[in-house]
Design a protein around this ligand. Structure first.
Ligand SMILES: C[S@@+](CC[C@H](N)C(=O)[O-])C[C@H]1O[C@@H](n2cnc3c(N)ncnc32)[C@H](O)[C@@H]1O
Length: 240
């Protein structure tokens, strides 16, 4: 992304895409990940090491699955979720209400690269499968750091690329051929599930992404691969 116009146009395109696929988003997540997405989110929340009464921000919350997972731990944690797709948030609100967590979770519309929160506001920030879609990932990371209190933690769950040679070819076949076809058929959107493997391919590998997280000001930065490196959990700590 080079100019402000390019950045804004890219964000609008992503926002439109998620708004279009929103009604089928959860179903496709479960189907295309063979149910793994839930356990990936659980493990990301475990990494956050929640403490009772904390204030947590779920960035690019979408239909709120990370927020829901946090709320289900019953730790009296106050959760805010932010996303720039109103339709995704509306679906998230319904789910939160159905599960009886509407007193613990609140959603608002907004951009991850310009978070509408004061400096040092949250004990933790999470972002699952969101950051890869930001028009300016480095700016997003600086925002994550800014809104965290000193001692706050950020946990980022994102697709990565498996390194094992055998697994890589199966993964490429599935990700590049099967997933776009099934995704397009079920979501009714031609490009969204071709964009997914493309955006994963364009995203930095774990080592480079770790350096971006450090550059944003985080300390104790680490990552852990799950399911042979198909996804990774990245961690950063805001120094006191
Ligand atoms: C793949 S979904 C992930 C949703 C959810 N976190 C989950 O785990 O299922 C990506 C979400 O990021 C949102 N998003 C992408 N870029 C964003 C940005 N720059 N600001 C706010 N939301 C963004 C999209 O609207 C979409 O809801």
């Amino acid at each position: 992304m080079h100019s402000i116009e390019d950045t804004a146009a890219f964000s609008r395109q992503i926002q439109r895409m998620f708004t279009a696929i929103a009604p089928r988003y959860d179903f496709l997540n479960r189907l295309l990940s063979v149910g793994q997405d839930r356990s990936w989110r659980k493990r990301a929340i475990n990494r956050l090491a929640l403490e009772p009464g904390e204030r947590i921000l779920d960035i690019a919350t979408g239909t709120g699955d990370m927020a829901l997972e946090i709320a289900s731990r019953n730790l009296s944690v106050q959760i805010s979720g932010i996303d720039f797709s109103r339709r995704m948030l509306d679906l998230g609100r319904e789910k939160i209400k159905e599960n009886g967590y509407d007193h613990d979770v609140s959603f608002q519309i907004g951009s991850a690269e310009c978070l509408p929160f004061a400096d040092d506001s949250f004990h933790g920030a999470v972002c699952a499968f969101g950051i890869r879609n930001f028009a300016d990932v480095k700016l997003g990371l600086r925002e994550f750091h800014r809104i965290l209190k000193p001692g706050g933690r950020a946990v980022i769950l994102e697709f990565s690329k498996p390194t094992n040679r055998v697994l890589k070819s199966v993964y490429n076949w599935y990700f590049d051929l099967v997933l776009p076809k099934v995704g397009s058929l079920i979501s009714g959107h031609n490009d969204a599930y071709s964009y997914l493997p493309e955006s994963v391919a364009d995203f930095p590998d774990q080592a480079e992404f770790v350096s971006w997280i450090k550059d944003a000001g985080f300390q104790k930065v680490s990552f852990k691969e799950l399911t042979f490196g198909i996804v990774s959990i990245h961690y950063g700590y805001k120094g006191i």
